[in-house]
Every structure is written in C-alpha cells, then in structure tokens.
Design a protein around this ligand. Structure first.
Ligand code: SAM
Ligand code: SF4
Length: 339
C-alpha cells in the first residue's frame, strides 16, 4: 500500500516528480475528424451538462496554483468550439502563480478568434497541422479545411503572438512527404514545427508500432535536406519535446513518446472537460473533481480539492508501457482526454 500523500509542499509523486503543468480540456467536441484521434462518425461525447463551467474551471485552478501549478494549456477536443473561450483566458492569467497560459487548436476557427484570444492575454499558440497538401489534409481530417487553417496561421502571425508552434502527428506511410514541406513552411515564418509520434490514443484502436514514424526517421530525412541537426540542450528537461537546431539556428521539435519515452521527467496533470483529473495521458484511472466543484465554494471544499489533487499526483505510475505487450490503451481517446 502507498504511504499517505503529503498534505503540504509541492505536488510531488512517489518518484519525486514535481508537477507544475496542467492541461485543461474545455470540450471533447471537434469540428474535424483526424483519423488517428476520432472515428469518422459516432464519436462519443460527454453530455453538455457535464462540462465544467468556466467558474468551476477557475475555482479548480485557484486551488491548483498555490500547490505549484504555474503553466496552463487549454485544449480539447477543439477548444475554439467552446463558446466564449477567450473569456476564460484573462481570469486565468490573473490567478496568482500562473505564469504561462497556452492553447492548442486545430486552427480551423483561428482566423475568427485570433484577435480576441490575443486581447484576452494569450501569447502562446500551438496549431495542429499535419500536411500542406489539401487532398491529404482532407483524407486525414475528413474535412476540406486546409485553407481555413492556413488563414488561421496567418491571422495569428499578424496578431503578434509571441510563440506559435505547429504540431504535426507523424505516421509511417503518411507523413513522409510532409516532413520537409512543413519544416520549410515553418522556417519561412519563424514557426517551430514539432512532430508528435503517433500514440495509441485513437478512438478506433488502429495504432500499431509499425505505424509510428519515429523522431530518428524524421531527423534522418531532415539532415538529408538541410544538413546537420544538433540536439539542443534542454532548457527545461521536463518539456515533452526534444528540440534540434539547424545550422542557421532554426529549430524543429519531436515529441517522441513512443521511441524515446520521457515519463521520468513528466510534470503534467490533465483535467478533462467533464471534470476528471488524470495523472497521465495513458492512465487507466482518473479522479472525479466535478462533484466537488458542483458544491458551493467553501474552505472545506477547497481543502478537500487540494487533497484530491495531491492524492492523484501521488498515485502516478512510473510511466506508460506503450512498447510492452502488457500495455492497455486507456478507455478515453485523445479528443476526450485533451492532448
Ligand atoms: N484539437 C486540437 C488540436 O488538434 O490541436 C487540440 C486537441 S488534440 C487532441 C491535441 C493534440 O493531440 C493535437 O496536436 C494532435 O496532434 C494530437 N493527437 C491526437 N491524436 C493523436 C495520436 N493518436 N497520437 C499522437 N498525437 C495525437
Ligand atoms: Fe480534433 Fe484535435 Fe482530435 Fe484532430 S487531433 S480530431 S483536431 S481533437
């Protein structure tokens, strides 16, 4: 049996990992249907009445921040589908202790939202884009929305966000023709592209190890095109992406969860849109916090919430076992956890 979780101090687990990064999903809905994430039809969504309200999310964050959570990433599903999403940003930036707020989007609605998001105080955006080829985009996402995403990226650039990164999911037999063109697109706009190895979080369980295009595969392709890439010494070893630098200083990143698992450095926690707290993307267990957030705010409920957060972190396993035969994919697919 595990010893009791600490009642004070940092949000630490039994392996000594200190947690400061919280991903908050604001919806499990999405306006496109990436085949490695959602089924084409029949995706299961939480009833809208079960989604945490903005005041509930803010209350949760106001309990988490004094425990050492400094970094928030809003995600989904597609977070720009959540009505009034920009209204959530400003109050988050005002919570004492929160130093960094970012948002991950597929970019389809970004053109309409870029200004409001910026005005609300958002400065960091991750935009998901797997290909610049319209036909392949439509095959991957089952929607013909590449022009909207490209417009969204240009709108974000025009708005002046401090950090814009492109996230591309990398699958063998799909992504090879896009690796160079995406990086070139990023180089021309001073945007870092980060390739994410395909993970077993797809709703239809199509993942297999031989469909993973690894960081090493892509580094070799990029070196053939651009010359030597040098690994960047980690400014923050807990960040999930390993970064490499081209000779001219431009960077490319790899989130190599499969070929180079980084669980021992993980400092992340996740809150799903229906109020479940998860210590890992791949966890097979989660803790309900919605019931507590539905109660009226009181010192007592805050103390209980703090202890729930501490205990969830304390239960965290050493890491996922994607590469082992014993691996069991979580019940929730990526769109419902929040990537
Ligand atoms: N809809 C937004 C988007 O696509 O950026 C935010 C949510 S999405 C679930 C977050 C990230 O998960 C995306 O950047 C996408 O690249 C990544 N993702 C989704 N399914 C994945 C999978 N099976 N393996 C690896 N990454 C995945
Ligand atoms: Fe939607 Fe993002 Fe999943 Fe694609 S990866 S289906 S954009 S939630």
């Amino acid at each position: 049996m595990l010893p009791q979780a600490p009642v004070s101090g940092a949000l630490v687990d039994t392996y000594g990992r200190v947690h400061s990064d919280l991903r908050v999903s604001v919806t499990d809905r999405c306006n496109i249907r990436c085949f490695y994430c959602m089924p084409e039809t029949g995706a299961q969504f939480a009833p809208v009445k079960n989604l945490l309200s903005f005041p509930q999310i803010l209350r949760f964050l106001s309990v988490a921040a004094p425990l050492g959570v400094t970094k928030i990433r809003l995600t989904g599903g597609e977070p720009l589908l959540r009505p009034g999403i920009a209204d959530l940003i400003e109050p988050i930036t005002k919570i004492s202790g929160i130093r960094d707020v970012a948002l991950t989007t597929n970019g389809v609605l970004l053109k309409q939202h870029a200004r409001q998001l910026y005005q609300a105080g958002l400065r960091r955006l991750n935009i998901h884009l797997d290909t610049l080829d319209r036909k392949r985009f439509a095959e991957i996402t089952r929607r013909d929305d590449l022009p909207k995403v490209l417009d969204g990226i240009e709108a974000a650039l025009a708005e002046g966000f401090e950090v814009i990164k492109i996230n591309a999911v990398a699958l063998k037999g799909m992504t090879e023709p896009d690796v160079i063109s995406l990086v070139q697109f990023g180089r021309e706009r001073n945007i870092e592209v980060r390739f994410i190895e395909f993970m077993p979080l797809d709703a239809q369980h199509i993942w297999s190890l031989d469909r993973v295009l690894t960081a090493d595969d892509m580094i070799a392709m990029l070196e053939r095109a651009y010359g030597r890439l040098t690994a960047v010494e980690d400014a923050d070893p807990r960040a999930p992406a390993t970064e490499y630098e081209f000779e001219d200083g431009h960077r490319v990143g790899f989130i190599a969860s499969v070929s180079r698992p980084f669980c021992l450095n993980c400092n992340r926690l996740r809150l799903t849109s229906d109020g479940k707290l998860r210590y890992c993307l791949f966890a097979n267990e989660e803790t309900d916090v919605r019931r507590l957030l539905e109660r009226s705010d009181s010192t007592d409920s805050r103390v209980q919430m703090e202890q729930i957060i501490r205990e969830t972190v304390w239960q965290k396993w050493i890491g996922h076992e994607i590469n082992r035969t014993t691996f069991v994919a979580p019940q929730r697919p990526m769109y419902s956890i929040g990537g």
